[in-house]
Design a binder for this molecule. Structure first.
Ligand SMILES: [Zn+2]
Length: 313
């Protein structure tokens, strides 16, 4: 087949292919100028890549959280919603790019680490195991060598998996035990060395909120909502974080993003009882008219532009 005919067929195919319906809700975490450790910072996008993302997203219809319900009811043309989880200070870089492009976005903050410049527990465990000053650690009755990078990655992978399936009480006592095996102040030292893991301060969150960013909750301490998590912990994470966001911002906290995307059969009812209007998982599909507003799916945006374009089409 001649090249021109091949091209014509591809072009026609692209034009004729019906646009898939639904709202693409993108779940970002952070934007950094450079990566010091790609494993530690795997969820972050590089600033030049993110600028290209925003360029592409600017050509789509973007929806703010407030327009979400209408969009899902009507939703014939694919549209996009932009969200950021956790509340890293590096989100200010993203804010600049998004504001210049006038794109609406939502930010889900974990309320505890925002006080006195703390760390998310998921960041702390990564920093300690990948970069902390210890040759070996003990946890869950097992010993893990940290002599080589390979061993550190193995220990991190294994302990992270165990901690993510544990309840909050076990999680925090294992973390306290781990912390004790490193020199004191190691978390603070590593936070200085890897500034991309720092969290926003409330004053900065207030400024984002005043600039029109929808600020929702991502829990008090980033405890996961799997079935092994006691209901009392899940409730505290939902209701205390909501109250804290509202107290700090003087605005209703309408949205919740499940940490790690985990939820359980009671989650829908729990977020509703806690007073949230919308809640987001990480079920990887577009949202549509059949989606439950309190279990909305979200997509993980890949670094590459062709990858993102595929996700949007
Ligand atoms: Zn998170």
């Amino acid at each position: 087949m001649p090249v021109w005919l091949e091209r014509a067929r591809v072009y026609a195919g692209g034009l004729l292919k019906p646009a898939r319906r639904g709202l693409r809700i993108l779940c970002y975490h952070g934007v950094v100028e450079r990566k010091q450790d790609p494993r530690l910072e795997r969820n972050f996008h590089l600033l030049p890549d993110f600028r290209k993302h925003v360029e592409l997203l600017s050509r789509r219809r973007t929806v703010a959280a407030a327009g979400l319900e209408d969009e899902l009811r009507r939703g014939k043309v694919p549209a996009v919603m932009i969200t950021f989880d956790d509340g890293y200070a590096n989100n200010l870089l993203a804010a600049e790019v998004l504001e210049r492009a006038r794109l609406p976005w939502s930010l889900f903050v974990t309320t505890n680490p925002l006080d006195d410049a703390g760390l998310l527990w998921t960041s702390e465990i990564a920093l300690l195991l990948l970069h902390g000053r210890a040759q070996q650690v003990e946890a869950f009755g097992l010993s893990w060598s940290l002599r080589t990078r390979g061993e550190r990655e193995q220990a991190y992978q294994a302990l992270r998996t165990r901690l993510k399936t544990a309840g909050a009480e076990v999680r925090s006592s294992v973390m306290a035990g781990l912390r004790d095996q490193f020199p004191s102040g190691e978390g603070e030292r590593l936070r200085e060395r890897f500034p991309s893991m720092r969290m926003l301060r409330w004053e900065q969150v207030r400024q984002l909120s005043a600039a029109g960013v929808e600020v929702g909750s991502h829990g008090v301490s980033h405890e996961l909502h799997h079935a092994a998590q006691p209901a009392a912990v899940r409730w505290r994470e939902l209701s205390d974080s909501k109250a804290e966001v509202e107290r700090r911002l003087g605005q209703p906290c309408r949205a919740f993003a499940f940490p790690n995307g985990d939820y359980n059969p009671d989650s829908r009812q729990e977020v509703e009882q806690a007073g949230y209007r919308w809640a987001f998982t990480t079920e990887p599909r577009p949202a549509d008219a059949d989606s439950d507003f309190r279990l909305l799916p979200r997509l993980d945006p890949p670094a590459s532009i062709p990858g993102l374009a595929r996700l949007l089409n």
